[in-house]
Design a protein around this ligand. Sequence first.
Ligand code: NAP
Length: 260
Amino acid sequence: MITKVVVGGATGKLGRIVCDMIAESEDLRLTGATVSENGGNIGREIAGGVVASGPVTLKNLLKDADVYVDLTTPSAAGAAVASVPETGANIVLGTTSVDAAAMASMTAAVERYGTSAVVSSNFSVGINMFWSVCEMLARHLPDQDMEIIEAHHSSKKDSPSGTAKETLRRLQAITGAEHVSYGRECTTGSRKKEIGMHSIRAGNIVGDHTVLFGGDDEVLEITHRAISRNALASGCLRTIRWVAGRKDGRVHSMNEVLGL
Ligand SMILES: NC(=O)c1ccc[n+]([C@@H]2O[C@H](COP(=O)([O-])OP(=O)(O)OC[C@H]3O[C@@H](n4cnc5c(N)ncnc54)[C@H](OP(=O)(O)O)[C@@H]3O)[C@@H](O)[C@H]2O)c1
């Protein structure tokens, strides 16, 4: 059976690769692609003969689609995703930093129309393993100082990355540390019970994430480094395949997709 997929953000750094991989696959078909209204890409051929259209065409494109993949911007995704379930399409939401109100509207619509969604701030199998290992270490080393350091390319719009925020959420859930220190200036005083968060923006870095566990006599660091966006794109295709046949009225996590 062929799964018909519409990709939002088809000209983006990740969207482009996802569209190409879909077009090259045997079981998925790209049936629509959206881009921003003013980016100059409407009408451009994307992959597999599909031509990019503006965000207003989304509902129409989804009438005959199985899955909508959103790889746009937080505001564009926030405006789009709540109206997807009524078309019957399932959602793969990869856009990060979508606000809580938009997420709640999407969840309510998924429940109401009995469709399914996966929300993932990082599609890479390696990052999801990284999270599992960090959680395990935080459970075993709850008294150590924990610092998150992330690095991305210079055109990344959000900071810290969605992956870093998700890392923070997981560490906080285990340690109960509520305070977060974003970067450090010399006036911040000595360290409290907190988690540090540091963002680097430089060049063409695809995405590096480190958690440093600092104790009195030793330091343990665990790092995930994305070498190419293909790791993200192939994880995205795996997610599309996983969610395609589901109609359970639920929003799922990447852990469920990967069986972690
Ligand atoms: N989950 C993951 O594994 C993962 C991995 C990497 C990135 N991300 C997230 O995915 C998102 C996209 O990342 P990126 O690096 O590919 O971004 P990007 O290169 O800036 O691309 C953004 C894309 O969104 C399009 N767009 C903007 N507004 C739109 C709208 N209203 N409707 C439809 N399309 C719209 C842009 O179209 P134009 O070209 O016409 O402007 C472009 O195609 C970000 O939120 C990023 O944090 C997630």
